[in-house]
Design a protein around this ligand. Structure first.
Ligand code: ADP
Ligand code: MG
Length: 212
C-alpha cells in the first residue's frame, strides 16, 4: 500500500473496488490533499490546474454523501461550459457505476428544453450543468434544490470570467445553508475570494501546483 492509496480513506468497499477497476491506483496530489477534508464534510477552496484529477476529488466526496435510496437531488455541480459539464457527467458516471440506480442528469444551455424537462420530471440524484440553464429550470420551479447536501463550483474562475456570478449567487441561495460547498479554481483572482466568502463556511484551503 503506497502513501497515497485510496484505501487509506473511509470509502465503501464498492467505491474502492471501482476505483481499482478504473485503474486509479493512487491519489493525485489534489485528491490526496483534499479528500480527507471533503469526506469529513468540510467546505473546500482548492486551486489546481487542469488535468489534476479534480473531478474524482469532488466526485468521490459527493458520491459518498449520497443517500441513493432517497430519490432527490442531493448534489449540484456547476461548470462553465457544456463540454466541461459533459466531461464531469461522464466521469461521475464512471465513479458511480458500481452503485446501482444512481441517476445523474446533465443540464446545459444550447440544448432543447423538452428532453431536459422530461428528465427532471423523472428525477435525479445528481445534477451537473451550466449556471444559466440551471437557473432557468430553477426559476420555472422544475429544479428543487432543498435536498442539496453538496454544491460544487468547478472551474470557478472561468465561470466568473463568463459572467455567471449573479446566476451562481441565485442558485446557491436556493440550496440549504448547511450544505457542503466545494470550490475549484485554476487561479485565485479577487472574485474567487469574494464568492468563497459569501458561499463557504470556514473552508479548508488547498493549493496544488501540478500533477505528479
Ligand atoms: P481536472 O478536472 O483537474 O482537469 P480531471 O478530473 O478531468 O482533471 O482528470 C484528468 C484525468 O485524470 C481523467 O482522465 C481522469 O480519469 C484521470 N484521473 C483522475 N484521478 C486519477 C487517479 N487517481 N489515478 C489515475 N487517473 C486519474
Ligand atoms: Mg475539471
Amino acid at each position: 500500500m503506497t502513501e497515497h492509496s485510496f484505501s487509506k480513506l473511509p470509502l465503501s468497499r464498492e467505491m474502492l473496488d471501482n476505483l481499482e477497476s478504473l485503474g486509479y491506483k493512487t491519489m493525485t496530489p489534489i485528491q490526496a490533499e483534499s479528500l480527507p477534508f471533503i469526506l469529513d464534510g468540510k467546505d473546500l477552496l482548492a486551486r489546481a490546474k487542469t488535468g489534476s484529477g479534480k473531478t474524482a476529488a469532488f466526485g468521490i466526496g459527493l458520491l459518498s454523501r449520497l443517500n441513493v435510496s432517497r430519490f432527490r437531488i442531493q448534489a449540484l455541480v456547476l461548470c462553465p461550459t457544456r463540454e466541461l459539464a459533459d466531461q464531469v457527467g461522464k466521469e461521475l458516471r464512471r465513479l458511480a457505476r458500481a452503485t446501482h440506480n444512481i441517476k445523474i442528469l446533465t443540464l446545459c444551455g444550447g440544448m432543447s428544453f423538452g428532453p431536459q424537462i422530461a428528465s427532471l420530471e423523472h428525477g435525479a440524484h445528481i445534477i451537473v450543468g451550466t449556471p444559466g440553464r440551471i437557473l432557468e429550470h430553477m426559476r420555472k420551479g422544475r429544479l428543487p434544490l432543498v435536498d442539496i447536501s453538496t454544491l460544487v463550483l468547478d472551474e470557478a474562475d472561468r465561470m466568473l470570467d463568463m459572467g455567471f456570478r449573479d446566476a451562481i449567487e441565485e442558485i446557491a441561495a436556493a440550496t440549504p445553508k448547511n450544505r457542503q460547498t466545494l470550490l475549484f479554481s485554476a487561479t485565485y483572482p479577487q472574485g474567487i475570494q469574494a464568492i468563497s466568502k459569501s458561499f463557504q463556511n470556514n473552508p479548508v484551503e488547498v493549493s496544488v501546483e501540478s500533477h505528479h
